[in-house]
Design a binder for this molecule. Structure first.
Ligand code: GLU
Length: 289
C-alpha cells in the first residue's frame, strides 16, 4: 500500500523548530516507505502532502502561508501540488455537517462562553477533558420548538456533536497508533465538541477528518498534543463512512530547558535561524533530523 503522509500547519505565525520536526517526521515516514523496495510492478510507496489549515480567518494570514511555504522549501522539503488550502473547501465540510444533521447527531447550542463558564463554576463537579472543562450539555435537551424559535430570533449558535448518541450509533471503535498501539476510541472525553460556528462554519475536528480522507492520507503523523483528538476523529470517520488511517503521534520537540517550542519563541523560528546564517542542514539537525 502506498503510504501517504501530510504536514498540516495553520498559518497563524512563523514556523519554529517544533514545526520543522513535525514536517520532517511526516516526510521521513513517506520516504522510508518509498525505500521499502516495492515489487517492480507496483508504484513505489510514499507520498508527502502539505495542507494549509486556514479555516480560522481571524487568525490566519496570507503572509504566514507564503513564509511557511518558503521556509519548508528552504529546509529541503518537497511536497505534491496542488497544496490543499482548507478555506477553499468549505463546501466539503458543509456537506459532512449536513450528513450529521440529517442523522440527528448535532444540535444547536446557544450558550455563550460566559454562560458555560458560569454553569461550570456553579456545578458541584465539573468534569474536565483534554481541552478543559467539558460542556455540561445545557442545550442538548432543548425542545425542537424552542430551538426553532431561538434560531428565528437570530440568536447565534454553534453546532455540537451529540457524542453519546453518536457513539451509541457506531458502537465501540478502535484506532491504532504506531508508537502506542491499538486504542479503544474514547470520544466522550471531550464532551459534545463544537463542529461549526457562525463565523467559522467548520471546526478543526471536522475539517481534518474530512481532508485526511479526501486526500487519501494513510498515515496521520502529528505531535502527541493531538493524541486525544484522534478519539473524536475516529468517531467522525465512522459517522461519515470515511476510512481510518493509521496514526503516529510523535513527542513534541523540546528546547534545552525541556520546554516545547511555541510561536512566541521568535529566535527559534526557521526564518530567524536562516537569517542568522544557519544552513538548512544545521536547522534540520536542530529539529532532530
Ligand atoms: N493544523 C494543526 C496544527 O497546526 C495540525 C493538524 C493535524 O496535524 O491534525 O497544529
Amino acid at each position: 500500500m502506498t503510504i501517504v503522509t501530510r504536514f498540516a500547519p495553520s498559518p497563524t505565525g512563523l514556523l519554529h523548530l517544533g514545526h520543522a520536526h513535525a514536517a520532517l517526521f511526516a516526510e521521513a515516514r513517506a520516504h522510508e516507505a518509498a525505500g521499502e523496495s516495492p515489487p517492480p510492478t507496483e508504484a513505489p510507496g510514499g507520498r508527502f502532502l502539505l495542507r494549509i489549515e486556514d479555516i480560522d480567518r481571524t487568525r490566519c494570514r496570507g503572509e504566514f502561508e507564503a513564509a511557511l511555504i518558503e521556509d519548508l522549501g528552504w529546509l529541503g522539503l518537497s511536497w505534491e501540488t496542488p497544496v490543499r488550502r482548507q478555506s477553499a473547501h468549505m463546501d466539503d465540510y458543509a456537506g459532512a455537517l449536513r450528513h450529521l444533521e440529517t442523522g440527528n447527531l448535532v444540535y444547536p447550542c446557544f450558550c455563550t462562553r460566559l454562560a458555560i463558564a458560569a454553569e461550570i463554576a456553579a456545578a458541584a463537579a465539573a468534569p474536565h477533558g483534554p481541552d478543559g472543562p467539558i460542556y455540561p450539555g445545557t442545550c442538548r435537551a432543548l425542545a425542537d420548538a424552542e430551538r426553532r424559535q431561538r434560531i428565528a430570533a437570530g440568536i447565534p449558535y454553534a453546532l455540537r456533536l451529540d457524542v453519546a448518541r453518536a457513539a451509541r450509533q457506531t458502537g465501540p471503535l478502535a484506532w491504532t497508533d504506531r508508537a502506542k498501539g491499538e486504542q479503544a476510541a474514547r470520544p466522550e472525553i471531550f464532551g459534545d465538541v463544537v463542529l461549526a460556528r457562525k463565523e467559522t462554519p467548520t471546526s478543526y475536528h471536522l475539517a481534518v477528518t474530512v481532508d485526511d480522507a479526501l486526500q487519501g492520507v494513510t498515515l496521520v503523523t502529528r505531535g502527541e498534543d493531538l493524541f486525544a483528538a484522534t478519539h473524536v476523529h475516529r468517531l467522525l470517520q465512522a459517522l461519515l463512512g470515511l476510512p481510518t488511517p493509521a496514526y503516529h503521534h510523535h513527542p513534541l520537540l523540546a528546547d534545552a530547558h525541556g520546554r516545547r517550542f511555541a510561536k512566541r519563541d521568535r529566535a527559534l523560528t526557521l526564518r530567524a535561524l536562516r537569517e542568522s546564517g544557519r544552513a538548512p542542514e544545521d536547522v534540520r539537525a536542530l529539529a532532530g533530523f
